[in-house]
Design a binder for this molecule. Structure first.
Ligand SMILES: *Cc1c(COP(=O)(O)O)cnc(C)c1O
Length: 391
């Protein structure tokens, strides 16, 4: 391997997760690991377990697993469903497809409503399917709130409204791994039964923690049923959590970080956090339009505020473009996943982020387009500056 050339300055990590971890959180985690059964830890854990509820906007239990987001997907399924149970999922993109694949591996019978990967879940299509399920065979509806592979969000409150209108008893499970603490989300108000989240995107932390916020209804279902499970068992977690303990060794130092992240999100104010993400997403879309390129998401109601996926013109390889940006400007952009491989690149604008970081990011994209010989019009960064100045 040739020696990597020295690159001054800091790396721009503009993939839609993991995101840039703020110094304040790095400093908060930079501590000796403590006894996870001692009084200092129990106090830290209780503070995190209570604090995180305010981010999900719930008064129900939230459990924290030392795991990636994928673990929390599995926990949601195995605590509430049995082999042979039917679930309805929506193929919004790559991440919804992975959750679907996991459910199949667990022996769950899945039905997968398709989309063209350029919109979110359509509540009308869900309504049609749920209305036909008069025998209530469908035990759960699973939706990804923000599909990180496409930059499309799905209207969770509207999906809940459809289920309520039909009096359908299925559990509503929502993946918020790339939306929690970036895009408005309300576990209780929207009547979600299980919310799945991870630490490394809007929550400002390194990878390694994942979460389930759990409604009373989901807890009741889990008490009576679910699959054989051990590591992912909610009941053991909730019992141990009562005094701040965990059934196995928790990710102590990540919890120091979580405590600081919750504090930072409230210092800024959740509404201000969401408004900041909306504003950066709008400036990014305006830049893409000025370049004469296409935003992958085609339904403005579904535009994501945490990332923007950009389609390149036919015959231009998005991965070759990303490589040019990385080599020349020390910036990582997100790749196209599965059927979007090579066709799109994704700009992450979530987490610890501000106007000048966005403009630096967009400058790297604009210079990269030029170096890669991709046909585009100059002026995207200028347009983004104007958008930001006006709001
Ligand atoms: C990142 C992501 C996942 C996967 O999370 P891991 O932490 O990689 O297991 C799942 N769903 C969505 C929407 C994501 O953005």
């Amino acid at each position: 391997m040739p020696k990597k050339p020295f690159q001054p300055g800091r790396h721009f990590l503009q993939i839609p997760g993991p995101t840039n971890v703020p110094d304040r959180i790095l400093r908060a985690m930079d501590k000796p690991t403590i006894d996870h059964r001692g009084p200092e830890f129990l106090e830290l854990a209780r503070k995190c377990l209570d604090g995180i509820k305010t981010i999900f906007k719930t008064t129900s239990d939230v459990v924290i697993f030392p795991a990636s987001g994928t673990g929390a997907w599995e926990a949601a399924l195995v605590n509430t469903l049995q082999t042979g149970d039917h679930v309805l999922m929506v193929e919004t993109g790559h991440f919804a497809s992975l959750w679907h694949k996991m459910a199949n591996k667990l022996g769950i019978v899945t039905e997968f409503l398709d989309t063209d990967w350029r919109t979110g879940a359509d509540p009308l299509k869900l309504e049609e399917r749920l209305a036909a399920d008069t025998s209530h065979q469908i035990k759960a509806v699973c939706v990804v709130h923000n599909e990180t592979s496409t930059g499309c969000t799905s209207p969770i409150a509207k999906i809940r409204a459809v289920m309520d209108k039909l009096n359908h008893p299925a559990l509503l499970m929502v993946d918020t791994i790339s939306s929690l603490a970036s895009i408005d989300y309300r576990h209780d108000e929207w009547g979600v039964d299980i919310t799945v989240a991870g630490s490394q995107k809007g929550l400002l932390l390194p990878p390694g923690l994942s979460f389930n916020a759990i409604s009373q209804k989901a807890l009741d279902v889990a008490k009576k049923g679910g699959m054989p499970r051990s590591y992912w068992d909610w009941e053991e977690q909730i019992e141990a959590n009562k005094n701040g303990a965990f059934p196995y060794t928790p990710a102590t130092n990540l919890l120091y970080g979580l405590d600081a992240a919750i504090e930072m999100l409230h210092e800024e104010g959740l509404d201000a956090v969401f408004a900041r993400h909306d504003r950066h997403a709008k400036a990014t879309r305006n830049a893409v339009q000025a370049w004469g390129l296409e935003v992958l998401c085609q339904n403005p109601e579904n535009y994501s505020s945490s990332l923007t996926a950009v389609l390149l013109p036919d015959g231009h390889d998005a991965d070759a473009f990303r490589k040019i940006v990385l080599t020349n400007f020390n910036m990582s952009l997100g790749n196209g996943l599965s059927k979007l491989a090579g066709k799109v690149f994704r700009i992450g604008h979530l987490g610890d982020f501000n106007d000048l970081m966005l403009l630096g990011t967009l400058s790297g994209v604009e210079m990269g387009l030029s170096l890669a010989g991709i046909p585009f019009q100059r002026g995207g960064v200028e347009t983004a500056m104007q958008t930001l100045s006006k709001s």
